[in-house]
Design a protein around this ligand. Structure first.
Ligand code: GLA
Length: 708
């Protein structure tokens, strides 16, 4: 069923604070310009914010069933053994150690100790799992597996006993092949299923991760089913984790084979990897349920390759997807920040909800995601995820996420641990790569909480160095009661000046009312072109005197006005550039993955001295400040890949596509393209893959010019 949006005014539900930890301070202040267009579309393009103005871009997709009406997959019956009725929680060493020597008995025991001492056991973490490389390469004379005596001098049973003595459970790993995945060639269980399962059970193993390497081409379903039967034959309850990387669509056949199945290849400790796995796993929501879970792989939280904001997104989204929560960092070296993420009980409760629903996508447009998970108590966990590199306003409504009509709703922020109420809108300005995670419930309790406010930027986020720019912010009361004693402040990076040009406070903002404030924002002369963080804060009280505040990140872009006359786009600074392979090149073809490795731009044998060489999927944005009229170029697939490559070109003026070519192949002559960009703040040059994947899609904006 499709729910109409009841109210679409944006609000802010007390978002998380964004503090990238790994970024150097200077870099933090001046991130390279990211995806600015999305921010622009969210701000410049919108009508003045009123309670009826659709300030949130409409979802690209219809609100998909995010709740009880979700179509359930026709699924095989789950294993009727009562195991993994909620997604397994625990630890696995792989992401932190791989096969390095530090993976040993003392690590495993140390993790078990920390599970107890740091409250992780109390938070629900239970399984301490060994991954690859625990065994010797050779079986013994009886065909039995032999634990590596250097790593596990007392054997696996001793480790299991220790882990059990702490009230925890032990997991182990092998492969549904002749050898495991590591090149050292440890024994796999193919053909040894019953004997190996017996050995695991005798050691006291409670969980098996069964990998897919060296499988000899034997049918996956039969390999994984044999091990299921072998585990069952031991009589010991053992959680069974199928790890065939989603290659044979296990979600379609494994519900009565294992308790969880990997849906993708291996995760690595970076934003791109996590995000691509997340997107694949999101599509499989109908297949998950108690005793049979989608497994988007183990957590990277704390391993150092992502920012604190990104790790909160990772943990939030794994929880909304009812994913197994297997800690992948060496907790013996973990920071308090890592424990704070992994130990967030309100987020864990989303993951472990007994209804066992995986969250579904309510809307997704321009990197702004709304994902909602139906909870057993009728509430919804709602994740507002910002995939882009600039702060974004993201919103939905209580009805769109499946809640019943109600006078108001309680809105619990699961990272800030505080409750507000809303008349129906759920929205926030979310930091780059951040996620705001709230739990929303209908019912009478809302009146005890202050109203939520939505705070954000209403104007285009552009600033020219040394010259005051006028930015407009707004604060809207989304509740049923006034926000009293409201004060609003805006601050910029060091050296910037920010001055209010209109009222930045009010005695009482009525329910549904908006306070809009204009600010003069000045970046010091000489501030380099780039993206900069501003912080908008609203403090207020409920009618009962309860204090509340909302602090949100905004992204401002320092730009230079476009030059008058006609310029080559390859000579102008861009606002942002995204490219499918290597960097965008100026005045050469894309070349390979290194910077500066292109060739002369060549289309159908004609060589061009000027232009941009890109690779699908690509988007290059220019600040045009309403001062330009036209973009022209000769476009096509560059000759550098022989006959290969199919792409399509588009030119966008703010949110409107003003020119497009359709699919072009290498065999086609260059096409001349003219785009009217009159009045646009930002012009975006887009190259898509022509619908057949990005292989060999080397595209040229030859002779590309901008007239202002
Ligand atoms: C595969 C699995 C990983 C890990 C390694 C161990 O790549 O997908 O999760 O277990 O093998 O070698």
């Amino acid at each position: 069923m499709r729910h109409p949006h009841t109210r679409t005014a944006l609000m802010n539900a007390a978002p998380t604070t964004a503090t990238p930890t790994r970024t150097a301070p200077a870099a933090r202040r001046r991130r390279l310009l990211g995806t600015v267009t999305a921010a622009l579309l969210c701000t410049a393009g919108i009508a003045p914010l009123t309670l009826t103005a659709p300030a949130v871009a409409a979802p690209a997709k219809a609100p998909v069933e995010a709740h009880g009406e979700s179509p359930r997959a026709p699924e095989a019956p789950a294993l009727a053994d009562g195991l993994a009725l909620t997604p397994p929680m625990g630890f696995n060493n792989w992401n932190s150690t791989h096969c390095r020597a530090e993976f040993d008995e003392s690590m495993v025991k140390g993790i078990a100790d920390l599970f107890v001492d740091k409250g992780l056991k109390a938070a629900g973490y239970q399984y301490v799992n060994l991954d690859d490389c625990w065994a010797l390469p050779q079986r013994d004379a009886d065909g039995k597996l032999v634990p590596d005596p250097a790593r596990f001098p007392h054997g696996i049973k001793a480790v299991a006993d220790y882990v059990h003595s702490k009230g925890l459970k032990l997991g182990i790993y092998t492969s549904a092949g002749t050898k495991t995945c590591n090149s050292a060639g440890f024994p796999g269980a193919l053909g040894h299923e019953y004997s190996d399962a017996r050995q695991f059970a005798d050691w006291g193993v409670d969980y098996l991760k069964y990998d897919n390497c060296n499988n000899q081409g034997v049918d996956a379903r039969s390999r994984y089913t044999t091990m299921r039967d072998a585990l069952k034959a031991t009589g010991r309850p053992i959680v069974y984790s199928i790890c065939e990387w989603g290659e044979n669509k296990p979600w379609e056949w494994a519900a009565d084979v294992g308790h969880l199945w990997r849906t993708t290849g291996d995760i690595s400790d970076n934003w791109g990897s996590m995000l691509s796995i997340l997107k694949k796993n999101l599509t499989l929501a109908p297949y998950a349920g108690p005793g049979h879970w989608n497994d988007p792989d183990m957590l990277e939280v704390g391993n150092g390759g992502m920012t604190a904001t990104e790790y909160r997104t990772h943990f939030s989204m794994w929880s909304v997807m009812a994913a197994p929560l297997l800690i992948g960092s060496d907790l013996r070296k973990a920071s308090q920040a890592t424990f704070d993420v992994l130990g967030n009980k309100e987020v864990i409760a989303v993951d472990q909800d007994p209804l066992g629903r995986q969250g579904t996508v309510v809307s997704s447009e321009g990197g702004r995601w709304v994902v909602a998970k139906e909870m057993k108590d009728g509430s919804r966990a709602v994740a507002l995820l910002n995939e882009t590199a600039t702060a974004q306003r993201i919103g939905t409504t209580a009805r769109a996420v499946g809640l019943p009509a109600a006078p108001a709703y309680t809105l619990r922020d699961l990272w800030q641990h505080r409750s507000l109420h809303t008349a129906g809108t759920i929205a926030a300005t979310v930091p780059a790569h951040g996620t705001v995670l709230v739990r929303v419930s209908a019912g009478s309790g809302w009146a005890a909480h202050p109203p939520a406010v939505e705070t954000g930027l209403d104007s285009a986020p552009f600033v020219t160095d040394g010259t005051p720019a006028t930015l407009t912010t707004s604060v809207t009361d989304l509740g049923r009661t006034p926000a009293t004693r409201l004060t609003v402040s805006l601050s910029g990076p060091e050296g910037w000046t920010v001055r209010a040009l209109s009222a930045s406070g009010t005695a009482a903002l009525p329910a549904g009312g908006t306070l809009r404030t204009r600010w003069a924002v000045t970046a010091p002369a000489g501030t380099p072109i780039g993206s900069y963080d501003l912080t908008l804060k609203a403090s207020y009280r409920s009618p009962a005197g309860l204090r509340a505040d909302s602090t949100v990140p905004l992204t401002a872009s320092v730009v230079v006005p476009p030059p008058a006359g006609t310029s080559y786009l390859g000579d102008l600074p861009w606002l942002s550039a995204v490219n499918g392979y290597g960097p965008v090149e100026r005045d050469t073809s894309n070349g390979e993955s290194a910077a500066g490795d292109g060739h002369p731009i060549t289309l159908g044998g004609v060589v061009y001295a000027k232009g941009l060489g890109v690779h699908a999927d690509s988007a290059v944005e220019y600040y045009t400040g309403g001062a330009c009229t036209e973009v022209t170029a000769d476009v096509g697939v560059d000759d550098e890949k022989g006959g290969k490559g199919t792409v399509a070109f588009e030119v966008w003026a703010d949110g409107t596509r003003v020119a497009s070519t359709g699919v072009l192949t290498n065999a086609m002559a260059a096409q001349h393209l003219t785009a009217d960009v009159t009045g646009a703040q930002v012009v975006r040059l887009v190259v898509t893959d022509g619908g057949d994947g990005i292989d060999s899609d080397h595209a040229d904006w030859a002779d590309a010019r901008l007239t202002c």
